[in-house]
Design a protein around this ligand. Sequence first.
Ligand SMILES: Cc1cc2nc3c(=O)[nH]c(=O)nc-3n(C[C@H](O)[C@H](O)[C@H](O)COP(=O)(O)OP(=O)(O)OC[C@H]3O[C@@H](n4cnc5c(N)ncnc54)[C@H](O)[C@@H]3O)c2cc1C
Length: 404
Amino acid sequence: MRLLVVGGGVAGPAVALAAVRLGLEATVLERRAVADPEEGSWITVAPNGLDALEALGVLDEVRALAVPSRATSMFGATGRHLGDVTLGKPLADGTVALTMRRSALAVLLADAAQQAGALVRRGADVVSVEDEPGRPVRVVLADGTAVEGDLLVAADGVRSRIRRTVDPAAPDARYVGLANFGGITRAADLDPSVVAGLAPEAWHFVFGRRSFFGAHPLPTGDVVWFANVPREPILRAERAATTDEEWLALLGGLVAGDAGPAAALVAAGSLELAGDSTYDLPHVPTWWRERTVLVGDAAHAPSPSSGQGAAMALEDAVVLARAVAAHGLDGPAAYERSRRARVEAVVRAGARSSSAKIPGRLGRVLVETMLAGVFRSGVAARATLAQTSHRLGDPVVPSSPSAG
Ligand SMILES: Cc1cc2nc3c(=O)[nH]c(=O)nc-3n(C[C@H](O)[C@H](O)[C@H](O)COP(=O)(O)OP(=O)(O)OC[C@H]3O[C@@H](n4cnc5c(N)ncnc54)[C@H](O)[C@@H]3O)c2cc1C
């Protein structure tokens, strides 16, 4: 069985890795020509995603490029402490959630898939799919060449092009009302009191007056941060016309007056992600057709506020590869049966987290009091524990006993 996997983000290389470990063939086709592990935004992979990485046999390598994240401390705009929330149930060996660059995770997974026997082709932009009954599936690349396989795995992200070839009526991704910015501030550019005010190995979240801000210290003393700004989507033209300095000035204005580290971090920081519009994808009615199946954000994208998108993509990858190894071309149906209810519940929870970041008609003080009540009641912690306690069971291929 030859898998053609479109997309070299998180889900694609993870499917390829699991598939080759299970004796299938896999080729990953990624549009971007160069893989840079040092670019873009940071993500936190919750313990359920780490469990999937463990099943894939790469958790130790991931641990080496990540920093632990034990909890999130929530604050209001005036500095009021609203509560602390766990980032999930640790793995049996005590491993807590891990924070890393998304690009570093993607490159690690692609390298691991390649070492295990998959082919990873970069600069391979899939422009069309031919999937007719009784024939191998065929994709055409932007350079005019074509590649054939027995099953096409569409891991091409929340704005998936292939979703519409599976179902022409498939929904578009939904804008959740927040623009995303990510940055890093170097220790050398920071007053030490700013870092001292941040708990180590934790996210520090501020429900600010005009934006939602998150900061995480690194062991080097540098601090990574993000800001979610409620506004209409940022379109390509605005992004192209706005410099990083202009975005930073805008962010500086939005966080001005909020208590906490945001103003200092923005003032001395540089942007790594600018003006990214935030989407989710709650319900895609058709996940597979003929020889094509959707996986990861292409099938079900939780808003980034859920902190679960990458973890869901990793869980998907293991479940799909196992289902195809066990059931061949009937694998996608088995995969959908075991995944749909779980991922759609996670997307719904993510949408609620996003809307809590958008100031509504209720005043800030009321919202802070409500949030403090929610955190104190343990509702948020219980929801996180429920999401992150999910485990996939055994490794994809159990490690063989050592010889001798
Ligand atoms: C700002 C931000 C913060 C986030 N934070 C978190 C977090 O803390 N925790 C968490 O778990 N998740 C987080 N997420 C979500 C997470 O990043 C995604 O859920 C995850 O990356 C989904 O993986 P994927 O492989 O399905 O899609 P992607 O990672 O988007 O990968 C899709 C890949 O397909 C390629 N591609 C697209 N079209 C084609 C084509 N036609 N031909 C070839 N290649 C193609 C793209 O270049 C890309 O590499 C965050 C997301 C954002 C935007």
